[in-house]
Design a protein around this ligand. Structure first.
Ligand code: ANZ
Ligand code: ZN
Length: 810
């Protein structure tokens, strides 16, 4: 282009629609699913298609993933980046209820709107492989997954105390309860006793925990999973009962405190309660059991005034031989350990409160260095037990707590009173929901055959259209209202039978979607064996840490189950996972209720998708997030305008400037490293700085100075990069042009500022060659007037820090 042409202005809308169209026509974003040379599966967490459309948080998350995927492609990988829709679930259903629409009609509209918005933002998505969890061609296989668990003995039905959300009118998994409230709507969760389907995720606890040691995941996410799995090593101790053949087994992590166990407590629901309750206590026990039923699990765990009832029964402490009373209290939970504890009020805070409330004996059995065996126990008695030694504990007196724990367990084990056990806090996953908008659980109830799984060749069990899909308080799913659907012949004996009317949890839909993508178009298998082996496990998964214990744990579990079932050869789905940060606005999380939501469409309209993408990434470190400020975007846009113009102004004559060339090679190195580590904000800053150097003094850039910058900017501003790449004379996509390389020899700074001190005080600053040695630096310093004033004769000592400092001691 000659210098006299008027520069074409950068019009994002034109450039962006041009390239989106070309990408579609040329199949630029279609992955080479067959025979890839370097397959790289880049996954982003798929959205649930809300009616409001994409919000800035979605865009922030997707842009970061997209940059990573595009970067890997530029590095020479065959990248597969699919996307789909988590379209089933309470979110979508609640919204449909609110606006009086039907989810079957609403969902496709939302999906279409999302698809349009995602296209507008220019993500490198292979849309041929999209999934929509609410479509029969997908949920057929979700039901298949359920059947595999059933076949492998990992799905079972039981009546249990479960979390019930009175507003969503359905049960919730423990993972869906946050601080006693429904994760979706914030209503306080109640406890109900219902028949539910569970998956035995608790059996996988040791494996789920152990693999965390080698997974390349964000540390916060791994820690959240470790805490949730909650490994606890201890022992089961059995207590004989006075006048009963039955025994009570408790779980304790503190077998060393056995001499201080002055009473036992059973959970009110414990099956032994009825047997051991004395007649005189029966009414009080029953009343207490009733009162407990009305409480939710969360408030039972919270610290509140202790309540309980004596059963009238006594157990025998195997260490002291003494009879100790057996109580029931709601602070002991049926779901954990054995549902019974030995209470050691001298060293357990809750037991201490309880014993004080009901005047039960409190005995010290551990003493710290400053305590005596008879030092009274106060509120803080249990805090420093780990460094104490045993007292009032017979032959074990004097043993440090850690040793005593093992010794007491061994001693009781010899007499048949103890078994060492490891407990996990992780409970089985409750997967049934009494709602409409989900995949029906593929089970048929027959009076003769029991719960019969629907044969695989009869899948999907289609979700029928039910006009009145509103849930009610009965705990029975709306599907039960559809008589024709509900009544079916038994698959085994053909007699009249009934369908299961619960649907499965949305988290089951998303616990296997990554397996589906590469095989999304296959109707005969959930996932093709060869494709799966080629593309999985996922190389890079990026998403929100709010899913640390929900989606991410369930996905790992389902993957292990699929491996154990012989369907795949790996047991961890995501080799690398990175949690991204959150976008906030004026210090608050963006939410409709706070009125601080940003509509991305408006921004993309005004500034262009590329500027908006880049701006979101410039807000802060991707893994930390940032505060959305309206002003900042103009700076990013200016950078893009300038890059655009520089490409058009560039000349191919002469050779690039030496200093600019050095800066370029440092920039290539920095942008590559930062982008690989998701340090997008600093990568962008480096590109801006480089462009400033290129255009210093409005100089005409050399083509070789701008071409690599176009490549570096491509993952961030893909449309603009494509157009610039074309303007530079290329006829293929910039994403097939590779990533620029740098020459390490050009990375060294050739000149640096050397600080000169005399007796520790700064006296001057010298611009010197970076490779300068001490003698030369000293000579230059002494020749410098400002320094020379303070130096007479030979310095006593010289301290030289290359490239930094020269200190003369005189
Ligand atoms: C005696 C004892 C003495 C205890 C002491 C603690 C301190 P983690 O570490 O979380 O596994 N426990 C056991 N089962 C329970 C249940 N179903 N409901 C409520 N509490 C239960 O906690 C294990 C400890 O929690 C156990 O060890 C038991 O109290 C209590 F100085 O036994 B400990
Ligand atoms: Zn039957």
């Amino acid at each position: 282009m000659s210098e006299h042409d008027a520069p074409t202005p950068y019009v994002p809308a034109t450039v962006e629609s041009k390239w989106q169209q070309r990408w579609a026509e040329r199949g630029t974003n279609t992955a080479h699913l067959e025979n890839p040379t370097r397959p790289f599966y880049a996954l982003m967490m798929f959205p649930y298609p809300s009616a409001e459309g994409l919000h800035v948080g979605n865009l922030f998350a997707f842009t970061g993933s997209d940059i990573s995927a595009r970067f890997h492609r530029l590095m020479g990988h065959d990248v597969f980046q699919p996307l789909g829709f988590d379209a089933f679930g309470i979110h979508s259903e609640n919204y449909a209820l609110k606006i009086g629409a039907h989810p079957m009609e609403l969902t496709p509209k939302n999906v279409a709107n999302f698809t349009r918005q995602l296209g507008r933002a220019g993500f490198m998505v292979d849309w041929n492989q999209k999934v929509d969890t609410s479509r029969p061609d997908y949920y057929k296989w979700t039901q298949w997954v359920f059947l595999q668990l059933h076949k492998q003995g990992l799905a079972y039905k039981k009546a249990a105390a479960v979390n019930w959300c009175p507003s969503c009118k359905t049960v919730l998994a423990n993972e869906q309860v946050e601080d006693g409230q429904c994760e979706r709507c914030g209503t306080t969760v109640e406890q109900r006793f219902l028949e539910q389907w569970f998956f035995k995720i608790s059996e996988y606890a040791p494996r789920l925990l152990a693999n965390l040691d080698w997974l390349d995941w964000s540390a916060i996410t791994k820690q959240a999973q470790r805490n949730w799995i909650g490994k606890s090593e201890g022992a089961q101790l059995t207590f004989a009962l006075a006048g009963h053949d039955e025994r009570v087994t408790v779980f304790t992590t503190r077998a060393d405190t056995i001499y201080g166990a002055t009473y036992l407590v059973l959970a009110p629901e414990h099956p032994l309660v009825a047997t051991l309750t004395r007649d005189t206590q029966r009414d009080a026990v029953r009343a207490y059991q009733e009162a407990t039923k009305k409480q939710d699990l969360i408030s039972r765990k919270s610290t509140k005034d202790k309540t309980g009832v004596f059963t009238g029964a006594y157990a025998v402490n195997p260490a002291t031989g003494q009879q100790i009373p057996v109580w029931i209290a709601d602070y002991v939970l049926m779901e954990y350990g054995t549902g019974a504890i030995m209470a050691v009020p001298g060293h357990d805070e809750r037991d201490f409160e309880f014993a004080q409330r009901f005047t039960l004996p409190i005995v010290r059995v551990v003493a710290g260095p400053d305590d005596q065996a008879d030092t009274p126990l106060g509120d803080a008695a249990y805090t420093d037990d780990d460094h104490g030694r045993l007292v009032n504990s017979g032959a074990f007196d004097g043993l440090p707590v850690q040793d005593a724990r093992r010794a007491v367990t061994a001693w009781l084990a010899e007499q048949g009173h103890a078994t060492p056990v490891t407990n996990y806090r992780l409970h089985d996953w409750c997967i049934s929901r009494q709602r409409y908008w989900g995949p029906p659980i593929p089970i048929i109830y027959c009076d003769d055959c029991g719960a019969v799984p629907v044969p695989e060749d009869q899948l999907p069990v289609e979700l029928p259209f039910i006009a009145d899909f509103k849930p009610d308080d009965s705990g029975i799913s709306p599907l039960a209202r559809h008589e024709e659907w509900y009544r079916v012949p038994c698959p085994t004996c053909g007699r009249p039978a009934r369908r299961e009317t619960d649907v499965s949890d949305t988290f089951l839909d998303s616990a296997w979607y990554f397996l589906r993508y590469p095989s999304a178009t296959r109707d005969d298998v959930p996932f093709d064996r060869e494709r799966t082996t080629t593309w999985l496990p996922v190389n890079s998964y990026i998403g929100g840490n709010e899913h640390a214990v929900l989606h991410l744990l369930y996905s790992r579990f389902i993957t292990m189950v699929m491996k154990d079932g012989g369907h795949i050869d790996f047991e961890e789905p995501f080799t690398r996972f990175r949690a991204h940060g959150m976008i906030i606005r004026e210090g608050a999380k963006m939410s409709k209720s706070k009125g601080n939501v940003i509509n991305p469409d408006v921004y993309m309209e005004e500034w262009g998708a590329d500027a908006f993408r880049m701006y979101l990434m410039f807000l802060g470190p991707y893994e930390e997030g940032g505060d959305f400020r309206d002003q900042g975007i103009s700076g990013v846009r200016r950078f893009l305008d300038r890059l655009w113009a520089s490409v058009r102004d560039a000349s191919g004559e002469g050779t690039p400037d030496v200093e600019v060339r050095r800066k370029l090679h440092r920039t290539i190195k920095k942008v590559g490293e930062d982008t690989a580590n998701l340090g997008y904000n600093t990568a962008i800053a480096a590109m801006m700085e480089y462009l400033n150097a290129v255009r210093r003094g409005e100089r005409t850039p050399h083509r070789d100075e701008v071409r690599p910058l176009v490549q570096l900017a491509a993952p961030f501003a893909p449309h603009l990069a494509e157009d610039c790449w074309e303007a530079l004379g290329h006829s293929t996509s910039v994403f097939d042009g590779g990533w620029p390389t740098y020459d390490p020899a050009l990375l060294v700074d050739d000149e640096v500022d050397l600080v000169v001190q005399v007796n520790g005080k700064v006296r001057g600053k010298l611009r010197v060659p970076a490779a300068i040695g001490q003698a030369e630096a000293l000579a230059l310093a002494r020749a410098d007037e400002a320094v020379a004033k303070f130096v007479t004769g030979e310095p006593k000592k010289v301290v030289f820090v290359p490239k930094r400092l020269l200190n003369l001691v005189v």
